[in-house]
Design a protein. Structure first.
Length: 256
């Protein structure tokens, strides 16, 4: 489960479940801007609709926003804690933690139940976030802080790192801009992220529709009949793909 993690913990405590496949870590600063919060939510949503699980911490700011976007997209969110899995920190994220569990995600920690949060525990937990992931996306980060630690640990583990570019005079974007300068792939949109992840992780687990729609159909019913799955499932995946920016309507087929 922890792929390529040096000094991997001998035990993990879990509430809920652990991810069944390597996911995508979306991380960043607690002191994020509204821009960063919005981007984190949209990227979490896009990754969720593509079918990959999302990993992060449970901090305020980018972590929480990424989880909210993931859950809004019907995805699975996994939070790695710097405390015991029964000690939710910060306390104002208790509702978010409950929602993660309700939606088939999980709370994960290397620390036994009852362990209180402490500053030294959070950098250590970042190696687990990276280890559960096939790629790490940094949304907003200063030069110092946990997000860049996660990025460095991911690189040490042979994982790909992506970063959202930002204002060159804003401290919360400096870390991301430096990552891009040093070779991280810039994330320019949700669609761009999904395309990059498919190169890194392979085809997304959730396919928008199958088989392809044919030009000979002249009604919605005939279009949906070309699919080999229930109509509701096809429509739901088409809508999710369009919202995530992975599907664009090019035109309407006129009756023959």
């Amino acid at each position: 489960m922890l792929v390529g993690v040096p000094q991997a913990p001998s035990h993990l405590w879990v509430r809920g479940r652990v991810p069944s496949i390597p996911g995508v870590a979306i991380v960043g600063t607690r002191r994020c801007t509204e821009y960063g919060r919005s981007i984190a939510r949209s990227l979490g949503y896009a990754v969720a609709t593509a079918g990959w699980p999302v990993m992060s911490g449970l901090a305020r700011g980018i972590d929480a926003a990424a989880h909210i976007g993931t859950l809004d997209g019907g995805g699975e969110a996994f939070a790695v804690l710097g405390s015991g899995v029964d000690v939710i920190y910060p306390a104002d994220n208790r509702d978010l933690a409950a929602r993660i569990l309700d939606q088939s995600g999980g709370l994960i920690s290397e620390y036994p139940p009852g362990t209180p949060p402490a500053p030294f525990r959070f950098p250590a937990r970042n190696r687990i976030i990276a280890g559960l992931s096939g790629a790490v996306v940094v949304v907003e980060a200063a030069v110092t802080g946990g997000a860049l630690i996660t990025a460095r640990l991911a690189l040490d583990q042979g994982k790909d790192v992506l970063a959202v570019p930002g204002d060159i005079v804003r401290a919360t974007s400096e870390g991301c801009n430096l990552l891009i300068r040093d070779g991280a792939h810039p994330v320019l949109s949700a669609k761009d992220l999904i395309e990059s992840l498919e190169l890194i992780l392979g085809r997304s687990p959730r396919v928008p529709f199958s088989p392809p729609i044919t030009a000979g159909a002249d009604s919605l019913e005939e279009i949906l009949e070309t699919a080999d799955r229930p109509v509701g499932a096809v429509l739901a995946d088409v809508i999710k793909a369009e919202l995530a920016g992975r599907l664009q309507v090019k035109g309407v087929v006129e009756p023959g």
